[in-house]
Structures are given as C-alpha cells and as structure tokens.
Design a protein around this ligand. Structure first.
Ligand SMILES: CC(C)(COP(=O)(O)OP(=O)(O)OC[C@H]1O[C@@H](n2cnc3c(N)ncnc32)[C@H](O)[C@@H]1OP(=O)(O)O)[C@@H](O)C(=O)NCCC(=O)NCCS
Length: 198
C-alpha cells in the first residue's frame, strides 16, 4: 500500500494514527457518553494501544483505513473517522467515526465523512460505503443522512454491546449516488465549516 495520506480540511486534518494518540483515544473512550450508543467494550490503555497497532497494520494490509481526526492548530487527536473494514475484492467499505465530547455539535464529523467518501470513491475506487448505527443513535443517523446515505433496514441483535444484544440500522451510499449528490453536498460542508470557524 502507498503511505496513508493526510487530508487537510477546514480547522481539522485527517492524518494517520500514531502511537502517542493512544492517550487521547483512551481518554475519550473512557467517557460513557461517547461509547453508550456504540459497540466499543470497556478498554484499558493497553487495549487501546493494541487497537491502534491493529489499525496501522490493517492499513498496510489493505483491509481498513482509519484516520485520526486532529485539530489543525496543535495536531491534537479529537476523534477517528474512516473505514473499519475494506473489501478491495468487492469494492465496499464500512464507515465508522467518533469524536471526543467537547467537539460534538460543530459538524466536524460531517466534514471528515465527506473527505473519507471522496477518498473512498475517487482513490480507493469503492462502489459502496455502508455504516452500522445502533438504533437510537440519532446524532449518527443525522450525520449519514446529511451525507446522502440511504437507510437500508434493521439488523436485529446484530452486535453484543457491553453484554447486551443490540439492533443496528444499516445505511449505505453507492458511487452513483455520491456522484449525483456532487456539488450540493460539497456546498453544505463548506457552509458549515464557515459557520463553525466564525
Ligand atoms: C456521532 C457523532 C460523531 C456525531 O458528531 P456530532 O458532532 O455530535 O454531530 P453534529 O453535531 O455534526 O450533528 C449531529 C446531528 O444530530 C442532531 N442532534 C444533536 N443532539 C441531538 C439529540 N439530543 N437528539 C437528536 N438529535 C440531535 C444535531 O442537530 C445534528 O443534526 P442536524 O445536522 O440536522 O442539525 C458524535 O456524536 C459521537 O462521537 N458520538 C459518540 C460515538 C458514536 O456514536 N459514533 C458513531 C457510531 S455509529
């Protein structure tokens, strides 16, 4: 694989994860409000370090592509966004993301998702991107709806989440839909970025 790119956006950048990010990642994954509507299990600092090493290896193996979402000012990691699973054989990838709570409500993830989709369709030549969202995670659903995803249906008891089976909605966007959304979606992102940085 080529080196994972860094993508500069407005106020944030998507950059490869690195060892020292384990501290920030572990800190916000220890916040129950961040993990409540996800399938993240409770994680120690060592667990997060192992996860980080797996993410880096998986990019080299071409099976996933997850970025750190970092502030442009100081490069501090405040979230992740990218593809948990990537099937080059079938041309699909599973999008996933999360942010530390102080950064919610600023449309940061919408900006990051738009950049990931552009990379996925233009560079990785995907045909489809999908995402699994725990039923009730309205914020995440809004992020996907804004990015022109379609809700496909509900996968019942799809994942065990801290000991409980949970239903997940599956959302997807196809290359042709992403192309058709085109400039309209890009303008939405530009306008939100301007609002956030005023
Ligand atoms: C999901 C997540 C990344 C979204 O980021 P965010 O910064 O909160 O998202 P935004 O502020 O850009 O948008 C959230 C949307 O939810 C809406 N929203 C905010 N609070 C809400 C609430 N309590 N109930 C319903 N909708 C709400 C916002 O109005 C916005 O919708 P809009 O674009 O129509 O105005 C973030 O909340 C997060 O990290 N959550 C924990 C981890 C997680 O759930 N990851 C996704 C797993 S699928």
């Amino acid at each position: 694989m080529d080196e994972q790119p860094t993508i500069e956006l407005v106020g944030i950048r998507l950059r490869p994860l690195r060892g020292e990010d384990a501290v920030a990642w572990h800190a916000y994954l220890s916040d129950p409000q961040v993990t409540e509507l996800t399938s993240y299990p409770p994680m120690s600092h060592a667990d997060v370090e192992s996860m980080l090493a797996c993410v880096t290896q998986a990019y080299s193996a071409g099976t996933s592509c997850k970025w750190a979402v970092a502030l442009q000012d100081d490069d501090q990691m405040v979230g992740t966004c990218g593809f948990n699973e990537w099937s080059q054989a079938h041309g699909w990838a599973e999008l996933a993301y999360e942010l530390a709570r102080p950064y919610w409500g600023r449309s940061i993830i919408s900006e990051a998702v738009a950049a990931c989709l552009a990379w996925g369709f233009d560079t990785a030549l995907l045909n489809r991107v999908h995402a699994f969202v725990m039923v009730g995670n309205v914020r995440s659903e809004r992020v996907l709806e804004r990015a022109h995803f379609t809700r496909e249906g509900c996968l019942r008891s799809y994942r065990m989440c801290r000991g409980q089976p949970r239903d997940f909605s599956v959302f997807s966007i196809l290359r042709c839909e992403w192309e058709a959304a085109g400039r309209e979606g890009a303008e939405d992102i530009d306008n939100r970025s301007v609002r956030r940085h005023r």
